[in-house]
Design a protein around this ligand. Structure first.
Ligand SMILES: *[C@@H]1O[C@H](CO)[C@@H](O)[C@H](O)[C@H]1NC(C)=O
Length: 343
């Protein structure tokens, strides 16, 4: 066996040598001028010149800060029982602590996962704040109370659950509540990307998108493994709850566009639960839907005008509520509603 193998290796090496010595290879060799006369290569592109961020770049990045604050507080509190005020108080910019934040009753693996995601959001807030400088606003008032999530789930199921849905009661409820959040940020980054001009803004948003998409995938995979389990005590399955939450977000972002455009708007599906009719699955070939994506399996984009009505749970960027009782902050959000102003 050994001899045979050695022979094979030897003949392969010989073959290679022969190929290198073919007339073509030799001719190519002769085309190369002597070393001393080699001119500096002029077909190597120069390093790309950095392009400055535009005001729109800053506004879009600033808009994302609203969502990063929400994720940071929700994940950090759930895993550690404290949030930014303890972990990174300088990043709050003096904004008020969230309403109703608390430790979640998570199993050890879930707690570990959620804790890591919370810490990732700290970095996101730090880098966004430093990249937009004076456009960085303080943490907005957030409402991540049980009641806030219960209302969203009631809205999704078109019912009033009794007892009310408690996002902090157990790992399944917490991951279902988490299903509501990073996916919205992800679609926002996909939507913002083609609008960006500056090199730094593009780099930042690509980096943020990568990790948000990763978080969404972790949450969805965790839930997918439990998709047929019942959400106690309501008798509906995990997959069914994700489906109605996605349907609700499809409706809310459509209503938001209607409110802003004041004219006909096509209804688009940009949000899909863990199981779908086959025509929505990857290559229309599966009802399993581990990721929410379009016909080419690309992530769906959303504009701020589609995101605000979802995170306000109101169907309108003009009407704050939901996770942002005083509204979101920054140039884009405050075009529709001044933070803390009258509704
Ligand atoms: C929600 O429930 C109400 C009352 O049961 C019903 O009339 C309404 O059609 C439902 N809405 C949707 C969107 O299913």
């Amino acid at each position: 066996m050994r001899t045979k193998k050695t022979a094979t290796v030897l003949s392969a090496a010989l073959l290679l040598l022969l190929q290198l010595c073919t007339p073509a290879a030799l001719a190519l060799d002769q085309d190369v001028p002597p070393k001393n006369d080699v001119p500096p290569p002029n077909d190597v592109p120069p390093p790309p010149k950095p392009v400055n961020n535009t005001p729109l770049d800053v506004a879009l990045t600033q808009f994302a800060l609203n969502l990063e604050y929400l994720e940071a507080e929700f994940f950090l509190f759930a895993a550690y029982g404290y949030g930014l005020d303890v972990k990174a108080p300088q990043l709050t910019g003096g904004g008020p602590p969230p309403y109703g934040a608390q430790k979640a009753n998570l199993d050890p693996v879930a707690n570990d996962i959620v804790g890591q995601m919370g810490l990732q959001e700290v970095g996101h807030i730090r880098v966004i704040r430093s990249s937009i400088g004076p456009a960085a606003f303080p943490r907005p008032q957030l409402d991540i109370s049980k009641a806030s999530f219960a209302k969203a789930v009631d809205n999704a199921l078109n019912t009033t659950l009794d007892p009310p849905f408690d996002p902090y009661a157990n790992s399944i409820n917490y991951f279902l509540a988490s299903y509501i959040i990073p996916y919205v940020g992800l679609t926002g980054y996909v939507g913002a990307n083609p609008q960006l001009t500056g090199t730094a803004a593009k780099k930042l948003v690509a980096g943020l998108l990568g990790v948000e998409a990763g978080q969404d995938a972790i949450i969805r995979t965790w839930l997918y493994e439990r998709k047929d389990q019942k959400v106690d005590p309501y008798g509906v399955t995990v997959a069914e709850v994700t489906d109605v939450i996605s349907k609700l977000r499809n409706n809310l972002d459509y209503e938001g566009l209607l409110a802003v455009n004041k004219g006909p708007v096509p209804y688009v599906t940009d949000d899909e639960g863990l199981t779908v009719p086959q025509y929505l699955g990857a290559e229309q070939s599966t009802t399993g839907n581990i990721l929410s994506a379009d016909a080419d399996s690309l992530s769906y984009p959303r504009t701020p005008e589609q995101i605000l009505p979802i995170i306000y749970n109101s169907g309108s960027p003009y009407v704050p509520g939901g996770f942002y009782p005083l509204g979101a902050r920054g140039r884009i959000a405050e075009q529709y509603h001044k933070y803390g102003g009258d509704t």
